[in-house]
Write a protein that binds this ligand. Structure first.
Ligand code: PHE
Ligand code: FE
Length: 293
């Protein structure tokens, strides 16, 4: 989920330290210089396919009336209900639809490689699946989060363009010292974003859509969580939760809004943000409207 917040040096150190598999999982020994590996599909066990089916069924049942239509429609077309999918066939379909491809990776990858993939319309998907003990909660992104959560929206042309632009923006932010700010936008849109529709608020964020509990939680009234319209500068200042449900959800009116809002040069924005305080995850500013009230 948190694919974009590990620096290259930190990352390599962490992989080395954790080669016992304690924290950073995955086998990086066969990865190429962009951290791409082969998805060894025949190596998945029947128990893993069965766990995938259970994860899939639980999530799919929660989607109607909660996930956005683009997600539900694309997910159905991906035909991934019967077991851990072979990336290559979905990748072919995705390429025909929006020019994106799926590449297999061992797990979390460094920022530079991650942004490079996005900027070239490649989405990195982790090959390993969580254990049965992690059915409800997992710290690092696994194949279920990456594939089920992220791939469907990449079939939407405007969202797909936004993701590429985000990758380009990430490469630029690395040079400008703006990464911490920019990562918050990824978090609050790609991972935990909501969208306004004529039928009401719907989910498009992958971190929510692959989570058993947060799909219901994020649209409930009275939880104390904020649901406010996305303001990019505000979002870039807002801290987020990595070990609990979010305290603020930002909603957009359309993917076009996301694409247009991130078209300007962010250089002056990163400058400005250096002089502004961060905002706590549960902040509600005076002029902000709670959308679920
Ligand atoms: N347009 C932004 C810049 O010039 C980059 C960006 C793209 C930011 C997409 C967010 C999303 O820095
Ligand atoms: Fe993710």
């Amino acid at each position: 989920m948190q694919t974009s917040v590990v620096s290259n040096a930190d990352f390599l150190a962490t992989v080395a330290e954790k080669s016992d598999g304690a924290a950073l999982r995955g086998d990086y020994t066969h990865a190429d210089d962009q951290y791409v590996v082969k998805q060894d599909w025949s190596a998945y066990t029947e128990a893993e396919h069965e766990l995938w089916r259970k994860l899939y069924q639980r999530q799919a049942a929660l989607l109607p009336g909660r996930a956005c239509d683009e997600f539900i429609d694309a997910l159905q077309q991906m035909k991934a209900a019967d077991g851990i999918p072979e990336f290559e066939s979905t990748s072919e379909e995705l390429f025909k639809a929006t020019g994106w491809r799926i590449v297999a990776v061992p797990g979390l990858i460094p920022e530079l490689a991650f942004f490079n993939h996005l900027a070239n319309r490649r989405f990195p998907v982790t090959v390993w699946l969580r254990t049965p003990e992690e059915f409800d909660y997992i710290v690092e992104p696994d194949v279920f989060h990456d594939f089920f959560g992220h791939v469907p929206l990449l079939f939407n042309p405007v969202f797909a363009d936004y993701m590429q632009r985000y990758g380009q923006g990430g490469l630029k932010a690395m040079k400008l010292g703006g990464l911490e700010n920019l990562a918050r936008l990824y978090w609050y849109t790609v991972e935990f974003g909501l969208i306004n529709t004529p039928q009401g608020l719907r989910i498009y964020g992958a971190g929510i859509l692959s989570s058993g509990g947060e799909v219901e939680y994020c649209l409930k009234q009275g939880t104390g969580a904020r649901h406010i319209h996305l303001n990019i500068e505000r979002c870039l200042r807002t801290l987020y939760k990595i070990d609990s449900y979010q305290e603020t959800y930002f909603a957009i009116d359309s993917y076009q809004e996301l694409f247009d809002g991130t078209a300007p040069d962010f250089t002056p924005l990163y400058e400005k943000l250096q002089h502004l305080d961060t905002l706590a995850a549960n902040t509600l500013l005076a002029d902000e409207l709670e959308l679920l009230a």
